[in-house]
Structure formats: C-alpha cells, structure tokens
Design a protein around this ligand. Structure first.
Ligand SMILES: *Cc1c(COP(=O)(O)O)cnc(C)c1O
Length: 223
C-alpha cells in the first residue's frame, strides 16, 4: 500500500463518519479505531502522521511487536481479539488503552485476578454476541446487563467503559441492523457505560446510525 493510498482511504472514511454522525446529532462524536492487524508498522506510521491516533490489534504478540517498533509515537493502542488465558499477563504488560473483547465472566475473573497481582487496572468493554452466531465470542445478549453489573461489582480492577459487538455476518442488512439494535438497547441499560463499539469496514455507517460511538475499521483503511 502506498502512503497516498492510505491517506486517501483515511480521508474517505472520515468524510463518511462525519456524514453519518451528523444524521444522528451535531453532538454525536464517533471515535475511529484503525484496526491494523493485517498491516505493517510503516502503514500505521503513515496514518499516524495523517492524524490518526487510535490503532487496534487482535493478537497480543502482534500488539507487543508493533508497540515496540512504534514506541516513540503516543498511539492509543486497543486490543480487539479473543484473549486466551495464557496471554493475559502479556496483554496487561502492553498497557492497552482499551480492551474491547472481554467476552465472559470467567475471563473477567482471571483478568481481574492477574491485574490485582500487578496492582494495575484495565479499561475494558464487555463483548456481546448480538447476532447469536456460534462462530463469535461474546456474552448472550439476554444475560449481558446482569454480567455487566456483576463485573462492575466483583472485579474492581477492570474498569468497564461500555460494550462491544460485531454486526451479524450477513448480506441481509436487516439482520445486521437487528444486531446493532440489540447492542444499542443493552448499552442504554448498562450503568455508567459511555462507549458503544460497533461497526467495521462493511457496516460502520449503519452502526453509527444506530448509536455506535466507536468504530473499528481495518480493511477499508489498509487496502
Ligand atoms: C478485524 C476486526 C475488525 C476490522 O474489520 P474490517 O472488516 O477489516 O474493518 C474489527 N473488529 C474486530 C474485532 C476485528 O477482529
């Protein structure tokens, strides 16, 4: 990918975000997290220089390597992948600015335990399987509000900021819409939640129209 291509992609996406968010309200601010999992550190640097500050990875090892290469840049690193138990300590050591993929009470318990040992906290989102797809991680939408509350009460080194979900994997936009509406309804019921992370390259405009305030865009930026 050439530098010009990356910046052109970023500009196009920002224009689309701007249009979509203004349909919701003048005050509906949407944060763009550039998902760099298929990209090189040099592409991240190009977008950084164009003004992008938040980047996300889905593997702890990749996050660690890219952080190391780009350590001189004040990037906000996000983690969006499934976290295996044996990688929890490694993720804590990366100090992510936000972890989007807390996908079970069990993981919350383990993460909290390891955070306490290191005397650290982590900002996290509860991942919800709003499309009810077996291939996807996340808690059952019917239990999400209760799990959110339990994590807030019991696992005090986890600082829950809101929720995350991946839209339905479908060509049928009504299915995608439905999964976003389910996510948004849960978001509204979670006390203190401020971040609703939903929307990717193929569906972020629909996600914003349905209340998303953080989108995770990979392929549309880095192609
Ligand atoms: C890869 C990934 C994205 C970005 O997907 P694109 O379709 O490439 O924009 C967003 N969220 C998560 C959790 C991902 O793993």
């Amino acid at each position: 990918m050439t530098q010009n291509q990356a910046i052109e992609n970023l500009d196009k996406i920002i224009t689309k975000i701007e249009f979509s968010r203004l349909q919701v309200s003048d005050h509906h601010i949407v944060q763009l997290v550039a998902i760099s999992k298929y990209s090189e550190a040099s592409d991240i640097k190009t977008l950084y220089e164009a003004g992008q500050r938040a980047f996300g990875e889905n593997k702890v090892q990749d996050l660690k390597e890219k952080q190391e290469i780009l350590k001189d840049l004040p990037i906000a690193w996000h983690f969006v992948g499934s976290l295996q138990k044996n990688k929890i300590n490694n993720l804590i050591d990366c100090n992510p600015s936000l972890m989007h993929s807390l996908d079970s009470l069990e993981l919350a318990q383990e993460l909290d335990k390891k955070l306490k040992v290191k005397n650290k906290t982590m900002r996290c989102l509860l991942q919800i399987n709003s499309a009810y797809e077996e291939s996807k991680s996340g808690v059952d939408p019917k239990e999400a509000v209760s799990i959110y509350k339990q994590i807030q009460e019991k696992y005090t080194n986890i600082k829950l900021q809101g929720i995350m979900s991946i839209g339905a994997h479908s060509e049928d936009s009504t299915k995608i819409l439905e999964s976003f509406q389910i996510t948004r309804a849960i978001f509204n019921q979670c006390d203190g939640a401020t971040i609703c992370s939903m929307g990717m390259s193929g569906d972020f405009e629909l996600a914003i129209a349905n209340g998303s305030n953080m989108i995770r865009v990979g392929s549309a930026l880095f192609k």
